[in-house]
Structures are given as structure tokens and as C-alpha cells.
Ligand binder design. Structure first.
Ligand SMILES: Nc1ncnc2c1ncn2[C@@H]1O[C@H](COP(=O)(O)OP(=O)(O)OP(=O)(O)O)[C@@H](O)[C@H]1O
Ligand SMILES: [Mg+2]
Length: 509
């Protein structure tokens, strides 16, 4: 009788379209056909007796140890996400449950898992589409935001250029510069200062755009939520400005493990929704408020509130449903559904409270990064005590090399080349440098290639290579940067940061 029951139990598991696997002390004793097929594992006999951990993606390790190898002894076991390793480097994403059972008269653990790979991929694609749509809508606004600072940047530069030209053509340049009534040196300095401010503004906007465009590469790491919220508000500013004041209260928060672009998209969705809930043209009476803070459990909390029309109670349970929208043809109803999915996949949550006629608050909670450690503040370096360093700049854009050289030449001996090949040739001929600033992506020989060559030809110098990048990473470049310890500076470069990096190279030996 008992034997028959056992036989039936196996038969049921065997028929199931869900994955079924039983292990004893971490070794597989049973795997059903669905599992063997989905993972492309050849025959079942190959599996029996092998270690369970071989079936899973290493990223799962914690989950596997806590839930699969030794599941808690309880009757109500919530399901958990589990990634299985399939043949040829592919993965299957599942929702799994595991429980202690008895099989063939001895204790064992059974794992049942539903394959949700396609659903997860579909969600990823939706997310990607929503992101592209959001960038499309907002790019007009962003162009506008860039044109303002660009205008005062150019007008001021042209003014200074005209005055300098006149001065250099005159017999007494200094007198000429100082002479013009009410427009002497201080005014020129002010014009240049405003040009720099304008350029910095453009830099910030471009940086914000990049934050949103890197989403297709699945990259996760401790990211700074405050910075992402800041970028999202910049991106949404064009939607908000006609409708409300923007109030930001952004406290420092621990980093979270997430993809910057996706997280940015979530906040962007919430901010655009907040703006759209407020009528246009009474910006002085309305408010969109953004808060970042840390809650009592150490989680990161981001709140987006508006003083808009609010959400009727009967809609509250539906707003996260895909395609639910009250905006007619202008809304897709995907924004919140996608945001919700993205936040849940990070182990976080989105909650909403709303009073019709008064306003709405969305609250996002995110767990802090597992690898988070408070970084010690770096000691500042006194530039005045610096020894002159020998600097080599490698950049295929001559104007970039020239400008950096100009900024560094006062305190250092600087050489500039436009090809990595030339840099290598100089080193091979015996030239000595304390630091090499090298563009990462160049058409013929890249910064990565130069690094590889230097590792062979001058290993010490390879360690002193500092990369510069405009932000467009190929997958190869990204992988490369993850594997080297060399710093990478983002263009447009921050001159004071650059000078302090060069200065620090000095204290190395
Ligand atoms: N801050 C808010 N105030 C009032 N209603 C909101 C707010 N945020 C969301 N909603 C409601 O939730 C619905 C769904 O929002 P969601 O972002 O998913 O889609 P959508 O904004 O309608 O369309 P899309 O985001 O594609 O433009 C909205 O149509 C709106 O009715
Ligand atoms: Mg929306």
C-alpha cells in the first residue's frame, strides 16, 4: 500500500509541468522530465547523485542555502525566486517552493518550481519600451533645458573673445582691456564665470540623460538613490515647471543594489504622474515634493507627493494594473505597473496614499545594498606642495588633449598624443611618465589595448593609467573597467578633480 502511494507520488511529480526535484543531503535523488528538458541536461540518470548546487546560478547562493538545502521546518512556506542554470550558459527564472518530505522511507527535501522565464523577459521588454517612450517624450524638454545655458555660455564667450581680439590688436592690450567704461576686467571675469556655470549646467543635464540611457545593460551595483532622484527631477522639470513648485528634501541614504537607469525611470514615472495630476498654469498654488530618507529598518525611502486631483478610492487598487489609465489616449497605463515590477524585483515596495481633491503620495522603499560599508572620507591633498609630475595625455580628439594639457601645464610637465600607438612608441623609447590620462574608446588602438600593451612593456606604468570616457560604454569596455583597478574619469572632466588625481599620483613613490 505504502509502496503504491510512493509510486503514485513519483508519477504525479513526473507528469507535472512544473519543475520537481528531490534531494537528500544536497545530492539529487529525483528530477522530473519537465526539469530535465528545460535545463537541457541530457538524461535523468546523469543527474542522480550530483550536487544540488550545480543546478543553480551562483547569484542564488544565499537563497539556495537558506531555502533549498535546508528549508525551514514549517507548513506555510512562501515562494521565492530561484534561477536555474541551463545548458549553454542560459538560465531559467522560476518561482519556487521547497519543503521537507519523506521519500523512499528517508527524509528528503522537495523543490517545486514554476518557470516564469518568459514572463520575466516580457516584463523586461515592456520596461525597455516604457523607458524609450519616456526618453522620447522628455527629449524635447531636455533640449530646451540645454539651450538656455548654452545660450549664455556662447554669448559670454563670444563677448570675451571679441574684447581679447581687440586688445591683442592694440598697442597697449592691458589698457585696452581695462579701458572701456564700465566693462573692464571684472566684467570679463564675470562673463567667463557665467560661461563656466553654463557649461557645468550642460554637463549636469548630459549626465542626467546618460543615467537614463544605460538601462539596456543589466548592471547592478550599489547606486546612489539621491543622485538618481536628482537626475529624475531634472528630466521631469519640464513637465513640472508649469504646474507646481518643486520642493526637494533629499537626505543622504545608503546605496542600493539596482540598475541606475531603471530606478531613474521609476522616479521619473512617479514625478511625471505627479505633474500630470496638477492643472497647468497655477504653479504658485501647487507643489510637487520629493523626499529621500532612511527608515527605522535602514531601508531607503523615496516619497513623491503632489497637491493634485488625487485618486478616487475605487481606483486605488487598480492603478498598478497594466493598461489601467484615466488619461484616455495620452496614457498607456504602463508607468505604474512597470515601476511596481521594477521595485518588487529589487526586494522593495511601492505604496500609495491619496485624498481626492487634495493630493497623492507615492512611497518607494528599497533595501540597502548588501555590500554597503560607510566609506571613510578621503583626505584632501594640498596642491601647493606638489612636485611637478610627468603627464602623458592620450585622446583622439585633439582639442580635448590640448585643453587638458593647458589646465595641467602650470603644475606639471605635460605631453599630448592623439593615438595610443604614439604613446606606446614613446614609452618603448624610454620616456618616463608618472601618470597617463587615456581615452577609453579610440578608433584604432583603444585605451584598453594600450593598457594590455603596457602591462607587458611597462607594468608599473599600466598601473598609473587613468581612463577617461564620454560615457558610451560598449559591453567590452564595461567588463574591462570592472576587472581593472585603474580609475575612470567621466567627460566632461572636472578640472579640480583631475588636478587632484594628478597630484595624488605624485605621492605614490
Ligand atoms: N500622482 C497621481 N495623482 C493622481 N492619479 C494618479 C497619480 N499617479 C497615478 N495616477 C492614476 O493612476 C493611473 C495609472 O498611472 P500609470 O502611470 O500607470 O499610467 P498613466 O500615467 O495613465 O499612463 P503613462 O504612464 O503611460 O503615461 C493614471 O492614469 C492615474 O489615473
Ligand atoms: Mg504615468
Amino acid at each position: 500500500m505504502l509502496n503504491r502511494l510512493h509510486a503514485n507520488f513519483r508519477a504525479v511529480l513526473e507528469l507535472s509541468s512544473e519543475f520537481a526535484m528531490v534531494h537528500r543531503h544536497g545530492r539529487i535523488v529525483f528530477a522530473n522530465a519537465a526539469l530535465v528538458r528545460a535545463l537541457g541536461l541530457g538524461t535523468r540518470d546523469d543527474l542522480i547523485g550530483t550536487p544540488v548546487v550545480d543546478l543553480y546560478d551562483d547569484e542564488n547562493l544565499e537563497v539556495v542555502e537558506a531555502r533549498v538545502l535546508a528549508p525551514p521546518d514549517s507548513t506555510s512556506l512562501p515562494s521565492f525566486g530561484l534561477r536555474w542554470r541551463a545548458k549553454g550558459g542560459a538560465f531559467r527564472t522560476t518561482e519556487a517552493t521547497a519543503a521537507r518530505i519523506e521519500m523512499d522511507g528517508a527524509p528528503a527535501v522537495i523543490v517545486l518550481a514554476r518557470d516564469v522565464t518568459e514572463r520575466a523577459e516580457f516584463q523586461d521588454r515592456l520596461l525597455e519600451r516604457d523607458r524609450m517612450a519616456a526618453i522620447g517624450t522628455l527629449s524635447a524638454g531636455v533640449a530646451h533645458e540645454i539651450n538656455n545655458p548654452l545660450t549664455y555660455l556662447l554669448v559670454n564667450l563670444e563677448h570675451v573673445l571679441r574684447r581679447l581680439r581687440a586688445a591683442s590688436a592694440s598697442d597697449d592690450p592691458i589698457a585696452e582691456l581695462d579701458d572701456v567704461a564700465g566693462d573692464g576686467m571684472p566684467v570679463l571675469v564675470q562673463a567667463l564665470q557665467q560661461a563656466v556655470d553654463g557649461a557645468n549646467k550642460v554637463r549636469q543635464i548630459v549626465r542626467d540623460l546618460l543615467t537614463f540611457s544605460q538601462g539596456s545593460v543589466e548592471q547592478r551595483g550599489g547606486v546612489d538613490v539621491r543622485g538618481i532622484v536628482e537626475s529624475a527631477t531634472q528630466m521631469a522639470w519640464h513637465e513640472i515647471r508649469h504646474r507646481a513648485r518643486l520642493v526637494k528634501s533629499l537626505s543622504e541614504v545608503p546605496p542600493v543594489d539596482a540598475n541606475e537607469a531603471r530606478l531613474g525611470q521609476v522616479f521619473l514615472n512617479l514625478l511625471v504622474n505627479a505633474a500630470q495630476a496638477i492643472p497647468e498654469g497655477r504653479a504658485d498654488q501647487h507643489e510637487v515634493r520629493v523626499i529621500t530618507r532612511t527608515n527605522e529598518h535602514g531601508s531607503v525611502v523615496v516619497e513623491v507627493s503632489d497637491t493634485g486631483m488625487g485618486i478616487p478610492p475605487e481606483n486605488l487598487s487598480r492603478i498598478f494594473d497594466p493598461f489601467f489609465t484615466t488619461k484616455g489616449a495620452t496614457g498607456t497605463g504602463l508607468g505604474l505597473a512597470i515601476s511596481h515590477g521594477a521595485i518588487r524585483s529589487l526586494g522593495g515596495d511601492i505604496k500609495v496614499t491619496s485624498v481626492p481633491g487634495r493630493g497623492t503620495t507615492f512611497q518607494v522603499t528599497l533595501p540597502p545594498s548588501k555590500s554597503w560599508r560607510r566609506a571613510a572620507p578621503s583626505s584632501s591633498h594640498d596642491l601647493r606642495t606638489q612636485v611637478r609630475r610627468r603627464v602623458l595625455i592620450v585622446d583622439d580628439e585633439p582639442l580635448v588633449g590640448e585643453a587638458i594639457a593647458r589646465a595641467l601645464s602650470e603644475e606639471n610637465d605635460v605631453e599630448v598624443v592623439t593615438e595610443a600607438k604614439q604613446a606606446l612608441a614613446r614609452v618603448q623609447k624610454g620616456a618616463v611618465y608618472d601618470i597617463v590620462l587615456c581615452d577609453l574608446m579610440m578608433p584604432v588602438m583603444t585605451g584598453m589595448d594600450l593598457y594590455a600593451e603596457l602591462v607587458r612593456a611597462a607594468p608599473k606604468l599600466a598601473g598609473r593609467l587613468v581612463f577617461m570616457t564620454g560615457g558610451a560604454f560598449t559591453p567590452r569596455a564595461r567588463a574591462f573597467l570592472e576587472n581593472v583597478v585603474n580609475p575612470c574619469l567621466e567627460k566632461p572632466l572636472d578640472t579640480s578633480k583631475l588636478r587632484s588625481i594628478v597630484a595624488r599620483a605624485a605621492s605614490k613613490d
